[in-house]
Design a protein around this ligand. Structure first.
Ligand code: LP5
Length: 241
C-alpha cells in the first residue's frame, strides 16, 4: 500500500500557485497512491459548505475525479476549516476523519492529528478552540447568516494574527509531554500531524521504546508531502512550480 499525507495547504483564491501545485500533485503522486490523507487546514478559511466558492468547486471536482480513479481520500479538520461538513465531503468523495484517528500502516498503528490540540502551552488558543468546537457553538455557527460568518471569521483571523505575533515560539509549538501522553494513550510508535508549520521527523522515546513524530509542512514558498510505503516514511519538500 502507498499512502500520501499532506496538510496546511491554506488554499485560497489569492494563491493560484498553491492550487496549481495541489492539482498537479493529484494528477501525479496522488493517483499513484492507494490513499490520500489531508490532515487539516486544507483551506485558508472555511465558512461553511453553503458558502458559494468557485475555488471549492474546482477542488471538490478534482478530488472526486481522483476518488473515481480508486484512490481513497481522507480529510481531517484543521483550526481554519473545522466547518467543512458532509456536503463538501460528498461532493469531493472524501471521508471525514475524527481528530485524533488511528490507522494501520504496515501492520503498525499510526496516530493522525491536525496538531493544534497538542499545543497545550497556548492556553488562550485552547480556550478559543474549546468554545468554537463544542457541538452547541458549531450548531450556532453553522446556522448564522453567511454575511455574519464572513464578518466574524475576518475578525477572528485579524485577532489571531495580532496575538500570535507576540507569542513565544515554544508556546505555538507542541508540548512534549502532551505528545508522549497521546502516543502512550493510543499505543502508537508513529504520530503524523501538521499545524505548527515546522516540518521535521523527530525521534523520541515513550517508556523506553523508540517512536517518531512526523510534522507535515505548510504550503507557502514550497509544498510538502509525506509518502509512506513498505520501504518506510519519506517527508519531502518540492517546488510549487
Ligand atoms: O491559524 P493560525 O496558525 O494563524 O493560528 C492558530 C490559532 N488561531 C486560530 C484562529 C484562526 O486563525 C481563524 C479561524 C477562522 C475560522 C473561520 C470559520 C469560523 C466562522 C465563524 C467565526 C466565529 O485558530 C492561534 C494559535 C496558533 O494557531 C498557533 O497554534 O496561537 O490562536 C490564537 O491566536 C487565538 C488567540 O490566542 C485568542 C483569540 C481570542 C479571540 C477573541 C475574539 C475575537 C472575535 C471573535 C468572533 C467570534
Amino acid at each position: 500500500m502507498r499512502y500520501l499525507f499532506i496538510s496546511d495547504l491554506h488554499l485560497e483564491a489569492q494563491r493560484p500557485d498553491i492550487t496549481r501545485a495541489f492539482l498537479h500533485l493529484l494528477q501525479t503522486r496522488a493517483v499513484a497512491a492507494d490513499a490520500l490523507y489531508i490532515l487539516g487546514d486544507f483551506f485558508e478559511v472555511w465558512l461553511g459548505d453553503d458558502n458559494p466558492d468557485p475555488l471549492a468547486d474546482q477542488i471538490s471536482s478534482a478530488l472526486l475525479a481522483l476518488s473515481h480513479r480508486g484512490v481513497a481520500i481522507y480529510l481531517m479538520h484543521g483550526n481554519r476549516d473545522f466547518l467543512i461538513g458532509r456536503d463538501f465531503c460528498r461532493r469531493s468523495g472524501c471521508t471525514l476523519l475524527n481528530d485524533p484517528t488511528v490507522i494501520e500502516i504496515n501492520g503498525e498503528p499510526v496516530l493522525l492529528m491536525h496538531g493544534d490540540s497538542l499545543c497545550t502551552d497556548d492556553t488562550d488558543y485552547l480556550r478559543l478552540r474549546r468554545w468554537l468546537r463544542n457541538p452547541l457553538s458549531l450548531f450556532i455557527l453553522r446556522h448564522l447568516p453567511l454575511k455574519t460568518r464572513h464578518r466574524l471569521g475576518r475578525k477572528l483571523r485579524n485577532e489571531s494574527q495580532e496575538r500570535t505575533r507576540y507569542k513565544a515560539l515554544e508556546i505555538t509549538d507542541v508540548n512534549h509531554d502532551e505528545v508522549l501522553k497521546v502516543m502512550r494513550e493510543h499505543g502508537t510508535s508513529t504520530l503524523i500531524h501538521g499545524h505548527t508549520h515546522r516540518p521535521a521527523v523527530h525521534q523520541l522515546e515513550v517508556d523506553g521504546k523508540p517512536v517518531q513524530r512526523i510534522v507535515l509542512g505548510d504550503w507557502d514558498s514550497n509544498g510538502w508531502a509525506l509518502e509512506v510505503d513498505e520501504d518506510g516514511y519519506r517527508l519531502g519538500r518540492f517546488e510549487l512550480g
